[in-house]
Design a protein around this ligand. Structure first.
Ligand code: GLP
Length: 246
């Protein structure tokens, strides 16, 4: 796992955007893995700017997002479908048919329905040729996507119960805790680890502890991000605040 520290948050976004742009320029049919959360927003802004300036063309690229809350309609302002439209897809020319975000609102919302949804998602990634470059950030409890701390790593795309720590940190985006979904559909650890390259962006002082734990712990499902030690091509881009305990 290689890491680089930048003095400011915006530089992390610029550096990540540069890696994603270079990948697209090298391979116009790139399959991207995208993430939500506040950390990737500066990178998405830069990609939109480069598209507007005519530097980037996404018309042959495809994308798969990491996760989605269960039970929120795609047009709910806190759904990750909505987030991606607002922050990236609405500003670039990737065809709608090439954009994939897990469906957190399938018709069949029982165990079999969620399992079928997860299986179809992993299948679609494989049929697209696999993810070339995956963006990740990290939850304060070490989650990647919505793979929460657990006794085991879960390989495939699946429905997960959010931990109280995640509910506590994301409830600020909802009017109340009652309104916030308590489950999500997330790419599994295997789905993430199959990406050929992983770029992780982490900023802000509230991530300093988990960054230290991720870097210095053995691979361990209680800190899901530690699995990245087993990936041959991970680059972690940090600002000084997130790197302050290294
Ligand atoms: C959510 C997402 C994660 C993301 C995390 C951190 O929980 N499921 O993929 O990494 O938020 O978000 P932020 O970047 O806002 O700290």
């Amino acid at each position: 796992m290689q890491y680089q520290v930048f003095s400011r948050e915006e530089q992390v976004g610029q550096a990540a955007a540069t890696l994603f742009a270079a990948q697209l320029l090298r391979k116009p049919t790139t399959v991207f893995g995208f993430a939500t959360g506040s950390t990737p927003i500066p990178m998405y802004r830069q990609l939109v700017r480069w598209y507007e300036e005519g530097v980037l063309d996404f018309s042959y690229a495809h994308s798969f997002n990491l996760d989605e809350y269960c039970g929120l309609p795609a047009d709910h302002p806190q759904s990750y479908h909505y987030f991606m439209r607002e922050n990236l897809f609405g500003g670039i020319n990737m065809p709608a048919a090439h954009i994939h975000v897990p469906n957190g609102n399938p018709k069949q919302q029982d165990d079999a329905g969620w399992a079928a949804e997860g299986e179809a998602y992993d299948m679609a990634i494989a049929e697209a040729g696999g993810i070339d470059i995956q963006l990740l950030s990290i939850g304060a409890n070490g989650h990647i996507g919505f793979n929460e701390p657990d006794e085991v790593f879960i390989r495939d795309t699946h429905r997960i119960k959010l931990t109280q720590a995640t509910i506590d940190s994301n409830v600020r985006f909802f009017d109340s805790e009652d309104e916030m979904p308590k489950t999500a559909l997330t790419m599994g650890i295997g789905s993430i680890m199959r990406a050929r390259e992983i770029v992780m962006v982490i900023t802000g002082p509230n991530k300093a502890d988990i960054v230290h734990q991720m870097m210095h712990s053995e691979i361990n499902p209680k800190i899901p991000a530690t699995i990245l030690h087993a990936h041959p091509n991970v680059r972690v881009l940090l600002d000084e605040a997130a790197a302050s305990k290294l």
